[in-house]
Write a protein that binds this ligand. Structure first.
Ligand SMILES: Cc1cc2nc3c(=O)[nH]c(=O)nc-3n(C[C@H](O)[C@H](O)[C@H](O)COP(=O)(O)OP(=O)(O)OC[C@H]3O[C@@H](n4cnc5c(N)ncnc54)[C@H](O)[C@@H]3O)c2cc1C
Length: 369
């Protein structure tokens, strides 16, 4: 295939696609809205799953590089109730199959594996329109345009490519994450640090009430927490998140009565609101010549530890499909979507909208472990 592939979005899915195409000698250009690779911290730990993310990285010929970014010991998992009672505590004994990496390091690894100039930074797509012959024209915020025969929307939840294929828009799932960071936690927040342990902590209210949290130990003694609150968006809109102390106090009130080592994850840091949206379960589209979607742009779901893995799997599958059909883009896109739709529908069906206490237990402390 000599036709360059135009990818919108340099997230994990878009970059994985670009890398698999590169491995197969297919040129690609990635247009990314952010001005540079370092303009935003990419924070967050990702566990990379054996049957999706790891296979995708293998297809990208990057398994060794990926292994080099794994943070040892981080597959440890603890489950506590709101009183701080430990219900489940599993150390990382090295037999786990989903090693943890920092998202920023994984993205860096993918960027380093692409030829210079593959990513055009500061190229925010504002829209795209169909041209005759299965081609598309993408318009960017700086007024420039790109015309392509193979267009891939890898531009996440609010994709500007998706309208070419579907009228679906993400809807609020009824809950939001509030994100906090505790730095130098071993010294400054020892109780919280002990509660989180070596890897992942989940803590929940056995009576439900739509309140739980999950925290990860990142590099350099940083604890990174997401508090899940089931509330309408209006409720969050009444909180001024630019006033860190007041916002923190308001969120902490929701966790009144929780053990102090858990509430320290809320009160010791300025909170950031992350509203959660999702596309309809089973989102799909009819084949439109010359364009497709991957990752969150195709199947945004509430976070359940699978989204980045699926985005990379999509990227790898699409890259391999294009390589397998070098003279027939439509056959490649059809084959890719035939596998994509059932896979993402199945994943979205199990992604938790508003998990019950039992679903939280089953997720973080599965009986088989
Ligand atoms: C709080 C939270 C925690 C999560 N934890 C996990 C986890 O532990 N494990 C896991 O597997 N998944 C997790 N996920 C889900 C995961 O983050 C996403 O599913 C994954 O990042 C999707 O990858 P993507 O490449 O499709 O999109 P994204 O990662 O969103 O990348 C899209 C890229 O496109 C760019 N872009 C957007 N709009 C435009 C535009 N108009 N023009 C050009 N570029 C554009 C963006 O800047 C970005 O670089 C989590 C999600 C959230 C919200």
């Amino acid at each position: 295939m000599h036709t360059p592939v135009t990818i919108i979005g340099a997230g994990l899915g878009g970059l994985l696609l670009a890398r698999v195409l590169h491995v197969h000698g297919i040129p690609a250009t990635v247009h990314e809205a952010e001005p540079s690779p370092t303009s935003r911290t990419q924070g967050g730990m990702l566990d990379i799953h054996e049957h999706s993310g790891q296979l995708a990285l293998a297809a990208a010929d990057l398994t060794d590089e990926f292994r080099g970014t794994v943070l040892e010991g981080r597959q440890a998992t603890r489950l506590l109730d709101r009183a701080g009672t430990v219900l489940f505590d599993q150390a990382d004994d090295g037999t786990g199959t989903s090693p943890e990496v920092q998202r920023g390091e994984l993205r860096r690894l993918l960027l380093d594996a692409l030829p210079d100039g593959t990513v055009r930074w500061g190229h925010k797509a504002t829209g795209a329109r169909a041209l005759p012959g299965g081609r598309h024209e993408v318009t960017f915020a700086d007024g420039t345009t790109a015309v392509t025969s193979v267009l891939v929307g890898a531009d996440g939840a609010w994709s500007r490519v998706r309208p070419l294929l579907s009228t679906a828009v993400p809807a609020y799932v009824g809950r939001s994450f509030v994100e906090t960071f505790l730095y130098d936690a071993d010294t400054r927040h020892p109780a919280a640090s002990k509660a989180v342990g070596a890897g992942t902590l989940a803590a929940f209210d056995p009576d439900g009430h739509g309140k739980w949290l999950v925290a990860h130990r990142e590099k350099d003694g940083t604890l990174h927490a997401h508090l899940s609150l089931t509330k309408p968006q209006d409720w969050f809109a009444a909180i001024d998140f630019t006033d860190a102390a007041a916002a923190s106090a308001r969120i902490a009130r929701e966790y009144d009565g929780w053990a102090p080592e858990l509430t320290a994850l809320i009160t010791a840091s300025g909170p950031t609101l992350r509203p959660l949206h999702a596309l309809p379960v089973g989102h799909r589209w009819d084949r439109v010549p010359g364009v497709t979607l991957l990752g969150d742009a195709a199947h945004l779901s509430p976070p359940d530890g699978a989204g980045a893995n699926l985005a990379m799997q999509d990227g790898a599958d699409l890259g391999l499909a294009l390589a397998a059909h070098p003279d027939d883009v439509e056959a490649a896109l059809a084959a890719y979507e035939q596998a994509l739709f059932p896979r993402s529908a199945a994943a979205a069906a199990v992604a938790p909208r508003d998990p019950t206490p039992q679903e939280i237990i089953d997720f973080f402390a599965p009986p088989a472990r």
